[in-house]
Every structure is written in C-alpha cells, then in structure tokens.
Design a protein around this ligand. Structure first.
Ligand SMILES: [Fe+2]
Length: 336
C-alpha cells in the first residue's frame, strides 16, 4: 500500500499492521485507498489471517460501515443464531459483546457452529478500555496443528452437535442477566418476535428446533469440527466446542457454581456440546483445547480509530477481561 508502513507486533504475524506514513486527514482518501488496494488486502488476509489499519481518520459507526462497503469483501450479515449478547447499532453493525467485563471470551471463529458463518469479521475501536480489553487473536491453522492428533481425529471423524436453550420471559434468567449479561432471549438470537419467522430462520440455517414449555426454545445443529479453507485449502480447527461446554475453565469457579443451578434443569442449560452421535466430550479433552487456545493466543492493545479485518476461517478472536468503559464495534460479511 502506497505511503503506508507495514509491520507486525513483535514476532507475531497476526495481525499485519498498516499505518499511514503521511498523516491522512481525509476519510475519502482512506476509503478510495481501500478500494484501490482490494486485491492487496485479499492476498494479505489469506497469508496472515488479519490486517489492522491504524492511524487513519475513522471516527465512528458510519466510517466503519463505509470502510466495509468500500473494501468490498462481501455483504454484511445479521447475527442470527449468535450466542454473545450484542446491541445492534445499525444494519449489519453490532457492539462486539455485552458480556460482563470480568469474563474472558476464549478464542473462537465467529459463528463456526452455524452453516452460513461469516467469511470475514471486522472490528472498530470507538473507545479503548483503560485497563485490559484486548481483542485476542489466534491462527486457526496453527491451532489445528497443535491439537493432540488423537483428539483432532476424534473431532474430525465425529463432528459436533451443538444444543442451545433460549428463553422469552423468565424472572430467574432476567435476574441472572442483571448480575452479568449472558443468557439471550430467542427474539434477540433470531432478531424477531414472531415464532413463525424463528422457524423459517431455523429451517434456512438447518437448525433443528423444538418449542418447550413456558416459551423456551431448543435449537440444535450438527456441524463439522474441522474445515478446509476454501481458497488456501489449509486444514483449520473450526468449531466452538470450547464456548458450548459447561466448564469451570470457561466460566471461572464462581460463575460455574452459580450457573450450576440453571444446569440442573435441562431446558435452562444455555449451551451444550456433544460429539455428533450424542456422546459426551470429556473434561480432559476440553481442557486440552483450552490449553492449546491459551498457548496460541496473541494480544494487541486497541487504539481509538483502529480498524481490524480478519479472515474468519484462518483467524480466531476473543476478548481479554477489562475495567472501565470499552466500545468495540463489529460487523460480519459473506461473499455475494
Ligand atoms: Fe466473536
């Protein structure tokens, strides 16, 4: 990219950082730079998995949405079936997560548990946190290589079954959410109040659905645990078992004990994950996956106005705990 400096943070090649050498003050200059360099961006995303644009004059949600439009990698999609609490800001743009600040979100590929997962995910920093709050990153190719071969074989051969339970009205869950947002309502997950529309969306995404008593909804789907990148054909660890498993390692001991009350009743279990034939995945296996994800995690600190683009298949992301305010926006796209 002309008049820009490219570098990495330390020895990590994720993300590739692009910084303007001459201070660009016009947003239009930046947008046309993105358009002109689309092929360069595509090539480097396939090589490194992620690109961070730093020091460009991007101000807020409209600049973020315009950048995504101009880079032209795909069309924004809704967060249907997503499990993270988010606020929709405008069509295709959401807050990255409203999960409690003390909660560490482990590495994951966005929506890897649904059929129509996004191929690219974008983040924009409106306000960095004063302490912590990095968007953590990981190379899903390296993670595939680092998983114990026997576990890898078992996941690959079996595939996974994801099960979720979503509520509509519940005094208990509303109380839990006031203590720390986490359990989504089905009208939030499917972005509609209409049960008929929920059903249509389930059919479209190939979710098996079941309405339960008191307006609860059970959704399940069987998905592969490993994929081949459609362009580079590299093997990728591509599943969300670590976020669907009820595990002390994920929740922390305090939250694990609290959530145990909900876990006692099958229909109030937010998420469960099994091998596709319905057998349980043992805790030792899940802990190994958490170990590999931790070992392959790279951190970078946000600066206001940063724009990050990730190939959502090659790269995983997550969030480190933080203190104070933090506002990161996100958008996901798929090829037309
Ligand atoms: Fe995510």
């Amino acid at each position: 990219m002309q008049n820009c400096e490219t570098y990495f943070f330390g020895n990590n090649t994720l993300p590739l950082v692009i910084e303007s050498k001459k201070k660009i003050t016009s947003r239009e200059n930046f947008f046309s730079k993105l358009e002109k360099n689309r092929e360069w961006v595509k090539k480097n995303l396939l090589r490194y998995g992620g690109i961070l644009f730093r020091g460009f004059p991007l101000k807020g949600v409209d600049d973020f949405a315009e950048s995504i439009k101009r880079i032209g990698l795909g069309v924004p999609i809704d967060y249907i079936g997503g499990d993270s609490p988010r606020i929709k800001i405008k069509e295709g743009v959401y807050t990255s997560t409203e999960a409690p600040p003390s909660f560490k979100i482990p590495l994951h590929n966005e929506l890897s548990f649904v059929k129509y997962y996004p191929h690219h995910i974008y983040f924009f920093c409106e306000e960095p946190s004063l302490e912590g709050g990095a968007t953590i990153l990981g190379d899903a190719r390296k993670i595939y290589q680092s998983i114990n071969p026997e576990i890898r074989r078992k996941f690959q051969e079996n595939g996974l079954k994801y099960v979720s339970h979503y509520y509509k009205k519940s005094f208990l869950i509303d109380l839990v959410n006031r203590l720390g947002k986490g359990h989504k309502r089905w009208d939030d997950v499917f972005e509609t109040e209409s049960k008929k529309d929920v059903e249509k969306k389930c059919i479209h995404h190939e979710f098996v659905y079941k309405w339960l008593k008191n307006d609860w909804l059970e959704v399940s789907q069987i998905r592969p645990a490993v994929t081949d990148h459609p362009e580079t054909h590299e093997k990728i660890w591509f599943n969300q078992a670590q976020l669907y498993d009820f595990n002390k390692r994920l929740l922390g001991f305090g939250k694990y004990l609290g959530a145990k009350i909900l876990y006692l009743r099958p229909h109030t279990r937010l998420h469960e994950v099994f091998y596709a034939n319905g057998t349980k995945i043992d805790t030792k296996t899940m802990n190994h996956i958490h170990d590999v994800l931790d070992q392959e995690t790279v951190f970078f600190s946000w600066q206001k106005g940063d724009l990050l683009i990730l190939d959502n298949i090659l790269s995983m992301h997550g969030r480190a705990p933080f203190k104070g305010k933090r506002r990161i926006l996100t958008c996901m796209t798929n090829e037309i």
